[in-house]
Design a protein around this ligand. Structure first.
Ligand code: NAD
Length: 362
């Protein structure tokens, strides 16, 4: 099979983790007899500096022409004074919209070798294995009106959902649950927000199409608390855009580091596969970033875009094995342990690809 992937490093640690992930994709293609071509483009502040726009036309064309996009991260403090539409984050939101991505799937699983990296007690975090299904194309991040009002003395954002937007993301969550433990917990703020009351009603309607899947609801503030008190109780968490963004950083901390959390932004096209973390300007350029989130995002890409379960599982197993062998980037080390750099971690996972068992089950 031919893999044509648009590769966007972006800003900060984005290009560093992307660079570390490419040997893993090459090793996987080589072992399983695929052809891999990467169309490398820039996005975010890096693109703005070069071309005057954070999402240049050639980047967009490369993404449209590829089977899928692998994206590092965007965001740079130097963009703070720029008009909103020229900021790196605007590029990401436009790209998701352009690529028809309305669902963001974020698997959160405690890797056995990292049980002690969680800030939670081992008996609480044990068995954590959930997926956040976050609505990605609507809600507070897109709805109008938005922007300054009252001559700049006020500002407004709008949280609006149409029932069709809720229905399609709810179906995605129920379908995801069917492949797992068949339980969907929908998160909202229905005691206060009108959009959440609509959300809850539509989720209940869609639930009737899935009688084999259990459906329940929880207010977002309670969900934030339960995520640290009882993380193993969740299977699929269905969330509006804002709530999923916030809860997934919390979930990342629960399993040890935000440097571990991968995501798949999918919908009508091939999709954008990106880590949950940002550009981490505080560690950019130090060569210490954890590349496992982007490497695991590449595994999600192979599974979702090409239905290559065995190849995706080989990457996930290789990640688990290097962690079992004791390799740790700086975000994962505990007292006295030595850390490896971004590049070395990528090389280790790539080298492990040829040693892991080829099977569709992790
Ligand atoms: P962040 O995720 O970049 O960093 C939060 C903390 O986690 C930092 O201490 C950072 O050093 C650490 N961290 C993040 N990724 C890591 C990794 N792979 N390995 C080790 N440590 C890691 O969040 P932030 O600091 O709030 O935001 C920084 C910039 O990133 C902002 O401009 C923000 O808008 C942007 N951002 C982009 C995305 C994206 O591109 N999808 C997502 C979130 C934030």
């Amino acid at each position: 099979m031919k893999w044509r992937i648009a590769v966007l490093g972006g800003d900060g640690i984005g290009p560093e983790v992307i660079e570390a992930s490419l040997p893993v994709l090459r090793a996987t293609a080589e072992r399983f007899g695929h052809e891999f071509t990467a169309d490398v483009q820039d996005v975010g502040f890096a693109a703005y500096e070069r071309s005057g726009h954070p999402l240049p036309e050639e980047t967009l064309a490369a993404c449209r022409g590829a089977d899928a996009v692998l994206l590092g991260a965007v965001g740079d403090p130097r963009s703070d004074g720029l008009p909103v539409e020229l900021r790196p984050e605007a590029a990401l939101l436009s790209l998701r919209k352009e690529m028809g991505c309305y669902a963001n799937l974020r698997p959160v699983r405690l890797l056995p070798a990292l049980a002690s990296a969680s800030p939670l007690r081992p008996e609480i975090v044990a068995g954590t294995d959930l997926v956040i299904v976050r609505e990605l194309a609507g809600g507070l991040y897109y709805s109008e009106p938005r922007g300054p009002v009252e001559d700049g003395q006020g500002a407004v954002d709008t949280m609006k959902y149409h029932q069709d937007e809720v229905a399609r993301i709810a179906r995605m969550a129920f379908e995801t649950a069917r492949g797992r433990r068949k339980s969907v917990l929908s998160v909202d703020k229905a005691n206060v927000l009108h959009s959440s009351r609509l959300w809850r009603r539509v989720v209940d309607e869609i639930a009737e199409e899935y009688p084999d899947v259990e459906c329940s609801h929880m207010l977002v503030d309670r969900a934030a608390m339960e995520l640290v008190l009882n993380p193993s109780s969740f299977d699929v968490m269905l969330t509006p855009n804002l709530f999923g963004d916030v809860l997934s950083d919390e979930a990342a901390a629960v399993i040890g580091s935000i440097g571990l959390l991968a995501s798949a932004s999918i919908g009508s096209g091939g999709g954008i596969f990106e880590p949950v973390h940002g550009s981490a300007p505080d560690i950019a350029g130090t060569g210490t970033a954890n590349p496992l989130a982007i490497i695991l995002s590449a595994a999600l890409l192979l599974r979702h875009v090409y239905s290559l379960n065995v190849e995706a599982t080989a990457i996930e197993s290789a990640v688990e094995q290097v962690l079992e062998d004791g390799l740790r980037t700086r975000d994962l080390v505990q007292d006295g342990e030595a850390a490896v750099g971004t590049e070395e971690m990528g090389r280790a996972v790539a080298a492990m690809i040829s040693n892991v068992e080829a099977s569709a089950d992790a």
